[in-house]
Structures are given as structure tokens and as C-alpha cells.
Ligand binder design. Structure first.
Ligand SMILES: NC(=O)c1ccc[n+]([C@@H]2O[C@H](COP(=O)([O-])OP(=O)(O)OC[C@H]3O[C@@H](n4cnc5c(N)ncnc54)[C@H](OP(=O)(O)O)[C@@H]3O)[C@@H](O)[C@H]2O)c1
Length: 325
């Protein structure tokens, strides 16, 4: 490990910029690997807007990093860490991840993706003793969400109070990742298994989002529509599949599916320092290929194991807008 960790961030979208901000604050030597169409905008640097519950911080500039566009450029250098700041769907596109494995030597890989089989998929390219997994506890988005709403142009991000950025992986490499982030002021914590910690929240969120999309991204329409019960049943199926049917790990989550808990969750979204409904629409429209991939994986995995998937299939049917009760 060099004195200043050399970090390659793959993808300079909402998440890549926020991790870039904390890693730069920790003194890491930062490089972004981006698609050619984003190179010019990335070289110009980014404006970040930290949001808080009661007030927001002043805009910050993230610049002074390098920008690469090809794996040949990546291969000419040595890296300590490679962070995958792209969606699960982007990870599976083409053969670029295999190429990156050959170009990044012995670097630690940091994955942040939520789909059920992302980890297995990456382990085809990198050995387990080099792979660190992370859970993203913040929300970030291209600002403004709506014209005239919130901070000016740039990327806004919100770390909710008490949020913890969990990471798991091989001890030595995990320690380096967590230490760098904490030095930069990010609330990173070691955890025995991020995959387990993410299983239920990812299942709940992705099934809910699929139902919300069917309700035209409107909370009121979703709550009052015929689909709530069907979404609840599909969520139950997804949770059982994501946890391998482990009862101890699902009991609390199934409790969250009760109507009162649903109502409280909707009320809770009002505390966020931005319009949650607009964020969910913008973000999950952007990553819609990932949501479809995740639902598909729950269905395929459930079927393979003989677990119920009927409600998930109904949710996933082409053009499904009104779900069965
Ligand atoms: N933003 C949030 O609030 C948030 C919160 C929790 C979790 N996450 C998760 O974090 C992941 C990233 O989300 P995001 O909001 O950062 O998405 P994003 O803003 O779309 O950023 C991803 C960036 O990576 C680029 N990219 C895709 N494939 C690439 C490749 N092979 N090489 C280099 N760059 C590549 C994309 O370019 P193109 O768009 O041109 O393909 C895009 O610029 C997703 O899994 C998301 O679900 C996000």
C-alpha cells in the first residue's frame, strides 16, 4: 500500500462523486474511469451539495483528480483500490469487468451493487481475498430534482443521521478501505456480512419501487390503489428468497409489511431534506435496468429452489400496471 492510496473509481455518477469526495478528503490519489461520453464533463470537476435535516452545507468542488477512458490507460498504472460505482446492470454489460481484472493487478476491489448475485458474478473475475463489499447508506442525485427546487446544479447528497456505511471482506483489505473512508469523514464500519445486511432492505426496496412505478411514482396512488396487497405478497416472496427462507432473519422484515408500518414509512419520507417521491422517480427511472434484473433474479432463484414466486411474476409481467390482489 502506497503512502497515498491510489484509488480508481469506475463511474463518476451520483455515487462515484460522493465516494470520491470522502476519499479525496482522506488524501487518496483519485482517478475516475469513465465512458468517453462523460470524460469532458468529468475533467471539468464536480459541484457537490451536502444536505442536512435542518440546513445544507455550502457547495463544495471536487476536482484535481485524473480521468481515464480506457483499460489500456488503467493497465499502465498500479492501483491499491478499484471501486465499482456503477449499477448491477452496468456490471453485467459486455466483458469490460474481465478486462479490468487483467488491468488492475492485485488491487482491492470494492463492490457496492445490490443484486442477489452480483458478488458471485464478480468472484468469477477476482478472488474472494481481494473483494470488499459495501452498502450505500446515503442518497445522492443530480440537482435540482425539479427546476427551482433545492440546491443549484451539481450533485446533492444526504447522509441520514446515524447512517452507517457497512463494509465486509478480507480483514487486511477491509481495514484499509474503512480507514481511508473514516479519515475522510465518512461513517464507515466493518460488518461480518454486507450481503446479509443488504438482503432484506434490497428486497423490500426493489419490490416496493416496482409497485410504485406501476402507480406512476405517486405515493398516494400506490397507497390507495389495488396493488398494495400484491406488492406486500411479492415482498414476502422476495425476502424469503433473499434470505434463503431463514426465519430468524425475516420475522422483523415481515412485520414491516403491516399496513401501519407502511403508513409510518411513508410519513418518515417527509423528514428527508428533498422531495422523496421525485427522487425515487428520478433515481429508479435511471437504474430501471437494475431493478428489472433484481426482480428477475429473485424469480429465477426462487423457482430453482422451489420457493413461491407467483406475486413476483405478476409484478414483473410485461406492461403490468395493475397487480393482482
Ligand atoms: N444515487 C443514490 O442515491 C444511490 C443510493 C444507494 C445505492 N445506489 C446504487 O449505486 C449504483 C450507482 O448509482 P448512481 O446513482 O451513481 O448511478 P449513475 O448516476 O447512473 O452513475 C453510474 C455511472 O457509471 C457509468 N458507467 C456505467 N458503466 C460504466 C463502465 N463500464 N465504465 C465506466 N463508467 C460506467 C454510467 O454511465 P452511463 O449512464 O452513460 O451508462 C454513469 O455515469 C446503483 O447500483 C444504485 O442503485 C445509488
Amino acid at each position: 500500500m502506497s503512502a497515498r492510496p491510489r484509488v480508481l473509481l469506475v463511474g463518476a455518477g451520483s455515487v462515484g462523486q460522493v465516494f470520491g469526495r470522502f476519499l479525496a478528503a482522506a488524501g487518496c490519489e483519485l482517478t475516475f474511469l469513465v465512458k468517453a461520453r462523460h470524460a469532458e464533463a468529468t475533467r471539468a470537476g464536480f459541484t457537490l451539495h451536502p444536505l442536512g435535516l435542518v440546513s445544507r452545507g455550502p457547495p463544495e468542488r471536487l476536482s484535481g483528480f485524473e480521468v481515464l477512458e480506457s483499460q489500456d490507460e488503467v493497465a499502465r498504472r498500479t492501483w491499491d483500490q478499484v471501486w465499482f460505482c456503477v449499477s448491477s446492470a452496468a456490471l453485467r454489460e459486455g466483458t469490460w469487468v474481465g478486462g479490468l481484472a487483467r488491468a488492475t493487478g492485485e488491487a482491492t476491489w470494492v463492490m457496492l451493487q445490490p443484486a442477489l448475485h452480483d458478488r458471485e458474478w464478480l468472484l468469477q473475475h477476482v478472488p474472494e481475498d481481494r473483494l470488499v463489499s459495501g452498502l450505500i447508506p446515503f442518497i445522492s442525485f443530480a440537482s435540482p430534482l425539479k427546476p427551482g427546487q433545492g440546491p443549484g446544479p451539481g450533485t446533492a447528497f444526504w447522509l441520514p443521521p446515524l447512517a452507517r456505511g457497512l463494509f465486509s471482506g478480507p480483514p487486511g483489505r477491509l481495514r484499509e478501505v474503512v480507514r481511508a473512508l473514516r479519515q475522510g469523514g465518512y461513517p464507515a464500519r466493518e460488518h461480518p456480512s454486507v450481503a446479509q445486511a443488504m438482503a432484506v432492505p434490497s428486497a423490500v426496496l426493489n419490490v416496493f419501487v416496482t409497485g410504485l412505478e406501476a402507480a406512476d411514482w405517486r405515493f398516494a396512488r400506490f397507497r390507495e390503489g389495488p396493488s398494495v396487497r400484491a406488492v406486500r405478497e411479492a415482498t414476502r416472496e422476495a425476502i424469503a428468497i433473499a434470505t434463503g427462507g431463514h426465519r430468524g432473519r425475516t420475522a422483523w422484515a415481515v412485520g414491516l409489511l403491516r399496513p401501519l408500518a407502511f403508513r409510518l414509512a411513508f410519513l418518515g419520507t417527509r423528514l428527508a431534506p428533498f422531495d422523496m417521491e421525485t427522487y425515487l422517480r428520478a433515481h429508479f427511472t435511471k437504474v430501471s435496468a437494475q431493478t428489472r434484473l433484481m426482480i428477475r433474479e429473485y424469480i429465477d432463484t426462487g423457482r430453482d429452489r422451489g420457493q413461491p414466486v407467483r406475486h413476483l411474476e405478476a409484478l414483473n409481467a410485461p406492461g403490468a400496471r395493475t397487480l393482482p390482489r
